[in-house]
Structure formats: structure tokens, C-alpha cells
Design a protein around this ligand. Structure first.
Ligand SMILES: N[C@@H](CCC(=O)N[C@@H](CS)C(=O)NCC(=O)O)C(=O)O
Length: 204
């Protein structure tokens, strides 16, 4: 199995963290989706990473599907099996994926020539992140894990999302969300996180 992605991509990083957590034999192939001659569109018509090659010439794309597939390979999903826990985890994952989407949309806007940037677009994306962090703080019970008593995809996705926020939209979200900050400090100490940090990431 091969995972195509770029080392800075938070979407690909979700899969990379999971591969380490579950010790899945899978080669990480670095492939940048942005250049005009990128070969990613041959594998994913949407032209985005991550892409998972599950058999020669057979590809899965869109990170929630890639993560779902990887997590169910061995019948030992790290997500809760009970319905309540499962949907709670899905809720946290939606929150985390939304934060990643907003941080990326903000980043792309800030990379446009200065005279073409839309400050209201940047503010709108920042407001999404702020509201998501505030709701996360309100919802978390304040322990070591977001759902139940063990590491689940909820911890994985929100952990990656907030570390990507630190990477690309560094700001003090911690003082508004102290319980989430404590949980995040614990989760990101896991080797799966430490070993997949984006290049150039400076810990806050
Ligand atoms: N919804 C997709 C988003 C993936 C995505 O946007 N990946 C970025 C890298 S961080 C990408 O490949 N961008 C290339 C492009 O937008 O052309 C997912 O969850 O996999």
C-alpha cells in the first residue's frame, strides 16, 4: 500500500499519524499536488492529496475516506464501537476537518498578492476557527481523550487540526481554551504526532 501526499499537508498527516498508531505497512510517497506537471490528478481526478493506493492502479482519495479505510483494515478500529461514542467521535472529526479547511482557505487568501487579498474573507475564516475552538472548549470534558478513555479518531483529527493551526495561523487560541490546550499538549506528545510534524514547524 502507498500513501501519496506532501509532508506539510494536514489532510495527509491524519493518515500518516494513523498509519503509525496502527503500525500499518504503507509507504509514504512524497508528491506535491500543486505543480502543473504533478501526477496526483492521474490518481485522484480532484487533484488533491492524500491519495491511498490500495492495489496496483486502485486509489482512494478524500482524507475522511482514506482514514476510515485505514482504520477498518484490521477489524480493530480505534474509533468507539458503541453508537454514542462513534457519533461523538464523528462530531469531533467534523469540527477538526472544518478547522483545517478554514486555516487552509485563510492561508491561500494571505498568499495572494496583497492588493488582491480580501480582508473580509480572511476574517471569515478566522472567525470559523475561533468559534470551533470555543465550542471544542465548551464540549470537552477536560480529560486526556475527547471521547471515552482511549485515543480515538476524534483525538487524531482535532489534534492534527490544532497543530496545523499553530503551524499556519499561529495565534493564542490556548488562553481562550485552557482545557483543550491541556488535552492537546498531551495528545501531540504521542510518537505518531512527533514523527510526522510538518517541516519547519516550531512548537509554540
Ligand atoms: N477534502 C480533501 C482536501 C484535500 C486537500 O485540499 N489537500 C491539499 C493539500 S493540503 C491539496 O492537495 N491541494 C491541492 C489543490 O487544491 O490543488 C481531503 O480531505 O482530502
Amino acid at each position: 500500500m502507498k500513501l501519496y501526499g506532501s509532508p506539510a499537508s494536514p489532510y495527509a498527516r491524519k493518515a500518516r499519524v494513523l498509519i503509525r498508531e496502527k503500525h500499518i505497512p504503507c509507504e509514504f510517497v512524497v508528491e506535491d499536488p500543486w505543480p502543473a506537471d504533478s501526477r496526483i490528478p492521474e490518481r485522484n481526478p480532484l487533484g488533491k492529496v492524500p491519495v491511498l493506493e490500495i492495489a496496483p492502479g486502485s486509489y482512494l482519495f478524500e482524507s475522511p475516506l482514506v482514514v476510515h479505510y485505514l482504520d477498518n483494515l484490521d477489524g480493530e478500529s480505534i474509533d468507539p464501537r458503541d453508537a454514542a461514542g462513534y457519533w461523538q467521535s464523528q462530531w469531533w472529526q467534523a469540527l477538526g476537518n472544518g478547522i483545517i479547511d478554514a486555516v487552509i482557505a485563510r492561508l491561500l487568501e494571505t498568499r495572494r498578492p496583497e492588493d488582491k487579498q480580501m480582508p473580509e474573507k480572511i476574517a471569515r475564516e478566522e472567525a470559523r476557527v475561533r468559534r470551533a475552538v470555543d465550542l471544542g472548549e465548551k464540549t470537552t470534558k477536560g480529560g486526556g481523550f475527547l471521547v471515552g478513555e482511549r485515543f480515538t479518531l476524534a483525538d487524531l483529527v482535532l489534534g492534527v487540526a490544532l497543530q496545523y493551526t499553530d503551524f499556519r495561523y499561529a495565534h493564542d487560541w490556548r488562553s481562550r481554551a485552557p482545557r483543550l490546550a491541556r488535552w492537546h499538549a498531551g495528545i501531540t506528545r504521542r510518537p505518531s504526532f512527533e514523527e510526522t510534524l510538518p517541516p519547519g514547524f516550531v512548537k509554540p
